[in-house]
Design a binder for this molecule. Structure first.
Ligand code: PHE
Length: 382
């Protein structure tokens, strides 16, 4: 009730100069993969909730997983102190429904309103939306879980540490415990980070498939946010983790697009009770045979006043070809010294997760992509 499914199509796909939500993105609203107990994202969400129940006592943290993804830009940015000129506010990075309404780009958008409602320990799970480049670990819609825990004046007074030290220490211990609960022995490292809403701020990275994957951001909440919720002389920690990234490591899922498939060869490998703490004896995902990729290059001159961005290109590619696009990569760039014109060449890798693609269909898609690039981005094809 009141959940994401209640969204009305006309609220999102409205003709408004600021609206940059494509049909492809719109259709993801209300799918709510994180609310399916038999889906890897639901299994992971429940495994994390179990860790909080075990660590803090049953239901010590209040769970929210049906807060609507359309929020005001105040909630998404201002309420968590994102500066007026921060890049994340741009229409290149964020989906705007209207000039002051967005598809949330993080679950932090709900921090302040929940604190104002008097919540002191909570978890928020939800779908978040970001315009971005395309590869095996990035998809424009993904899922986050946010955690917040407030330390009262009494708790701080009863400790030898300052409020900030107390929050910082518990946060790191708790998250390392969570990583061990999920993965057992896994290589991890803390990296100093910056978020407008926490100070100090950290990121946790986990080693997976030969690279360090950033899996969560966290820190001690800026007191300005707490004060705004009338919490004076209290401190809090907050974290936000990416469920897909963690699920990819936990189950050995090689490509982020798989979370969206309805192919039984994927779905039947996941069951509600399958999680094993530390991954001990847990079934990993067995990749079914990969279908051959099909590469298409597109070269063009950028328009003079450069409004061209890679995110805009990727948006068009997704809107046209959907999730059969595996990667979009800039493979060549040069400036003509005489005309000062810049040329880019992008390689688009098409590969379906569940079937072979035909030459004809890819040629047709590529042609539509090329036409849209001219029409929407003003490039000149070469
Ligand atoms: N909102 C941050 C992100 O999306 C994560 C975060 C949450 C960081 C809470 C600190 C505290 O990356």
């Amino acid at each position: 009730p009141g959940g994401a499914a209640a969204v009305r199509r006309e609220d999102v796909l409205i003709a408004c100069p600021d609206n940059n939500v494509t049909e492809y993105i719109f259709e993801k609203i209300g799918v709510d993969l994180h609310r399916r107990p038999e889906h890897p994202l639901g299994i992971l969400k429940n495994a994390i909730m179990d860790y909080f129940d075990e660590t803090y006592g049953k239901n010590a943290f209040r769970m929210f997983d049906d807060l609507h993804p359309i929020v005001s830009s105040y909630e998404n940015f201002d309420s968590v102190l994102v500066p007026e000129d921060h890049v994340s506010r741009s229409k290149n990075d964020t989906y705007y429904v209207t000039a002051d309404t967005v598809l949330r780009c993080h679950t932090s958008a709900h921090q302040l309103s929940l604190l104002k409602q008097g919540e002191k320990r909570f978890l928020v799970t939800g779908d978040v939306y970001r315009r971005d480049s395309i590869d095996a670990t990035h998809f424009p819609v993904f899922h986050q879980m946010e955690g917040v825990r407030v330390f009262t004046q009494d708790e701080i007074a009863g400790s030898e540490l300052t409020g900030e030290e107390l929050a910082s220490q518990e946060l790191k211990n708790m998250l390392e415990g969570l990583a061990r609960h999920l993965f057992g022995e896994v290589e991890m490292r803390w990296v100093d980070a910056y978020f407008p809403f926490t100070n100090p701020s950290y990121e946790l990275e986990i080693y997976f498939n030969g690279e360090w994957l950033e899996v969560l951001g966290c820190g001690v909440m800026e007191t300005k946010i707490l004060n705004e919720a009338s919490l004076v002389n209290e401190r809090a920690w907050a974290f936000g983790l990416g469920l897909e990234r963690l699920a990819m490591v936990l189950f050995d899922i090689p490509d982020i697009r798989l979370f969206w498939t309805d192919d039984a060869r994927f779905l039947k490998q996941f069951k509600p009770g399958m999680f094993r703490s530390g991954g001990v004896g847990m079934q990993k995902f067995k990749s079914y045979s990969k279908y051959p990729p099909c590469y298409k290059d597109v070269s063009f001159w950028l328009p003079d006043e450069s409004t061209f961005t890679e995110n805009n290109l990727c948006e068009i590619v997704r809107a046209t070809a959907g999730d059969i696009v595996e990667e979009v990569k800039l493979i060549d760039e040069f400036r003509n010294p005489k005309t000062d014109k810049v040329s880019n060449c992008f390689r688009i890798s098409y590969r379906s997760m569940d079937r072979s693609l035909t030459d004809d269909e890819i040629n047709e898609l590529q042609e539509t992509v090329r036409e849209s690039l001219v029409e929407k981005l003003g490039v000149t094809l070469r």
